[in-house]
Ligand binder design. Structure first.
Ligand code: URA
Length: 194
């Protein structure tokens, strides 16, 4: 049973007018996956497909993410709770602004407080910047475990490359972005699920 607190939060997001994105959205994109999962994955923002379906990571990037999850042995429905930094689509998939992130951050923080994951996967630079030092480069720190972040004692934060970036990187050679991402996800699975 989905906790009442999560249902109420979703209703709150549906009514949100904290930034102008509510004017252009078709649907809010609240979450997908299992609320009891040990791993929470945070992406950037909904794209056109996500806005249409009201679910995160269902477009091209989502399909690639699914392939990587499968290859790493992570079950999207059972092992993962998936959200985005922004709950509404920025028109033309523009990079989220500081104002949009600020307007939306209380919802993301509330999702973390309710889900209480063991691991938070920061999928891409936007998600990473909300939690880690903004000077860090995702290509340098992906796959590293960060602890004692903000008030989140006991949660391991692990950045990974975003699947939209991987869509443009085709090599699977050892050390390529795709190879490193698969290794990161295998490590994440081991750390969270044994
Ligand atoms: N990219 C994201 O970061 N999130 C989605 O939901 C889809 C694409």
């Amino acid at each position: 049973m989905v906790p009442e607190s999560l249902k109420n939060l979703e209703k709150e997001v549906q009514q949100c007018k904290n930034c102008p994105l509510y004017l252009s959205r078709n649907n809010i994109v609240f979450s997908d996956g299992y609320f009891g999962a040990k791993i929470m994955l945070i992406g950037e923002a909904p794209g056109a497909d996500e806005d249409k379906q009201g679910k995160p990571f269902v477009g091209r990037a989502g399909k690639l993410l699914n392939e990587f999850l499968k290859a790493a042995g992570i079950n999207r429905e059972k092992d993962l709770y998936i959200v985005n930094t922004l709950k509404c689509r920025p028109p033309k998939n523009a990079k989220p602004t500081k104002e949009q992130k600020t307007a939306c951050e209380k919802f993301l923080n509330a999702q973390i407080d309710i889900i209480k994951p063991k691991i938070i996967v920061l999928c891409g630079a936007t998600a990473m910047e909300s939690f880690l030092d903004k000077k860090l480069k995702i290509s340098k720190v992906r796959g590293q475990i960060f602890e004692n972040i903000k008030n989140y004692k006991g949660i391991k934060f692990i950045p990974i490359l975003h699947p939209s970036y991987l869509l443009r990187q085709h090599s699977t050679d050892v050390g390529s972005p795709r190879d490193l991402t698969l290794k990161d996800l295998i490590m994440i699975k081991k750390t969270a699920l044994g």
